[in-house]
Design a protein around this ligand. Structure first.
Ligand SMILES: *[C@@H]1O[C@H](CO)[C@@H](O)[C@H](O)[C@H]1NC(C)=O
Ligand SMILES: *[C@@H]1O[C@H](CO)[C@@H](O)[C@H](O)[C@H]1NC(C)=O
Length: 504
């Protein structure tokens, strides 16, 4: 990042927060806070991207002494010098209290008032950001306590919340209603951390700043789109939560659908955050609810010394919860009619990877009818990359064609890059009051409409998932499934990216 870029961000933070903020981390003693929230805040602080006058108060039920608190919030700080750590520790403290007792909230508020007084903050600069690193069960209770006793009228209030936003349309609507009665929509920042990932933030610039790309994103040229998320590990003793949610609620209805909406949406009408969110909602409303016929569900079983899903002690022994799913979505608009969007996600697979693959149509006739299909791949993780698979004449006297690629692998191209964690960029956006990368309430509603009928059917009819061995590519039916929706694997000349020689 250039010095000008950094200065611009600093200015935006300063302007939006009047140079001062108190961040209250609810659930400060938990896993998410220690692994994600505190390291992100620390990194912003170290890079000078927090308001000058900042304080972080952790709040949770556990009674932690100062040492214990410090240990938890510094356990996951990367490459932190003692000096940086100390600077961070100077501006943070911890308060323990209950989530459902008025007195606890009142004393938290008194604590914050006193701090703001001591920090010399005048009215108008007493901004408070409430970061909810909490399980869904206490979510609304905490929001109520905050609204009633800790909400300030001497500055902005912001509340940052994380998934799960309900389990289906009904529960999500109820949650939205409860939260909506307490906080205004512009005060709410719903995190989907995929929206903070570098390559996901790159989708709109890539499409709309390049005249050669976006016009090809349509049913005339694209045959099918695959959005894939693979995890190489299972639930590993933490299947209790997962079993209730399954892979579809866990990563598809939220993360992968966000990626799909950025790939498929039309150009936003303006360059403000609400225009982007409007364009996403417009697209999502055109996505048809998923038909059970267009799905392949799987559940992993033991393989060698690797346990199966139901061997996890926290999982019911008759669970039918899918740990793998391939789902096909269709967009009912002129741009995409007829193009299958194949979403695949699974645990305990052969590798760790998230990517988007647009496979283009075959050359229909003439000289190059046999040519392999073009593909545009956006690799989200690990190792950000964009590559465009195309046909080229083999260099030399021959006229034979070979498959090759235009390759933009970030680590090779941007030697001096440093890619921030998704949470870091999202918390910075909260400080800049930029909602573009957060989920709006109507977006959530549109998203649940696509998935709820399928989820209810799976739960109600206890649809049996197909078994697949831990560490495999998924159920053996997968290849036939994607072929049925038009995906073609070039079997004559199997192609593995990256390619470095002409080949035979
Ligand atoms: C599953 O668990 C139930 C209750 O714990 C038990 O009665 C049953 O025998 C178990 N079934 C199998 C196949 O292990
Ligand atoms: C693409 O969409 C247009 C407009 O809806 C439709 O007429 C056409 O048949 C579609 N093309 C394909 C190949 O499905």
């Amino acid at each position: 990042m250039s010095a000008t870029d950094i200065q611009q961000l600093k200015d935006q933070v300063h302007e939006n927060m009047q140079g001062a903020v108190t961040i209250v981390v609810l659930g400060a003693s938990g896993d998410l806070a220690g692994k994600k929230t505190y390291p992100a805040i620390f990194s912003l602080l170290r890079n000078g991207l927090m308001p000058e006058n900042v304080h972080i108060t952790g709040y949770a039920r556990s009674k932690l002494d100062r040492n214990e608190y410090v240990k938890r919030i510094t356990a996951h700080l990367k490459d932190a010098s003692e000096e940086q750590k100390n600077k961070f520790l100077e501006v943070t403290d911890y308060v323990s209290g209950q989530y459902d007792q008025d007195d606890s909230w009142k004393s938290l508020n008194e604590h914050l008032d006193k701090l703001e007084e001591k920090r010399g903050l005048k009215e108008g600069r007493r901004n408070r950001v409430f970061y909810m690193a909490l399980p869904p069960s206490v979510f609304v209770t905490v929001a109520r306590g905050l609204r009633k006793f800790v909400y300030t009228d001497k500055g902005h209030n912001r509340i940052v919340v994380e998934k799960p936003f309900g389990k289906d349309l009904e529960s999500s609507t109820e949650l939205a209603k409860d939260l909506g009665e307490l906080f205004k929509e512009e005060e709410i920042y719903r995190i989907d951390h995929y929206l903070g990932k570098e390559m996901v933030k790159n989708i709109l610039p890539l499409r709309f700043a390049n005249m050669i790309l976006d016009p090809t994103f349509c049913n005339k040229t694209v045959d099918n789109v695959q959005i894939t998320l693979k995890e190489p590990f299972g639930t590993e003793g933490r299947g209790g939560y997962f079993d209730e949610y399954n892979i579809i609620r866990d990563v598809m209805q939220n993360h992968l659908l966000q990626v799909m909406s950025l790939i498929a949406m039309d150009k936003p009408a303006g360059n403000d955050p609400e225009s982007t969110r409007d364009a996403k909602v417009k697209l999502l409303r055109k996505v048809k609810p998923i038909d059970i016929k267009d799905t392949l569900l799987g559940q992993y079983v033991a393989n060698g010394d690797k346990p199966g899903y139901k061997d996890d002690d926290t999982v019911p022994n008759d669970s039918v919860s899918p740990t793998f799913a391939a789902l096909v979505l269709y967009v009912d608009n002129d741009r995409w009619r007829g193009v299958p969007f194949i979403m695949k996600a699974g645990k305990a697979l052969d590798t760790a990877k998230v990517d988007v693959r647009l496979q283009f149509r075959d050359v229909e006739e003439g000289l190059f009818k046999q040519a392999a299909r073009n593909e545009l791949v956006l690799r989200i993780q690990p190792g950000e990359a964009i590559y465009y698979k195309l046909n080229n004449k083999s260099p030399g006297l021959t006229y034979r064609q070979i498959v090759t690629d235009l390759d933009l692998t970030y680590k090779d191209r941007y030697k001096d890059m440093s890619i921030p964690d998704a949470y870091e960029t999202l918390i910075l956006d909260v400080m800049r009051s930029d909602h573009s990368n957060f989920v709006r309430d109507d977006e959530l509603d549109a998203a649940w409409r696509i998935f709820t009928p399928l989820l209810h059917k799976i739960d109600r009819e206890k649809i049996q998932p197909k078994p697949y061995p831990y560490g495999s590519r998924g159920p053996q039916e997968l290849d036939d499934f994607v072929t049925r929706y038009g995906f073609k694997r070039d079997t004559k000349a199997p192609y593995e990216w990256p390619v470095q020689s002409v080949g035979k």
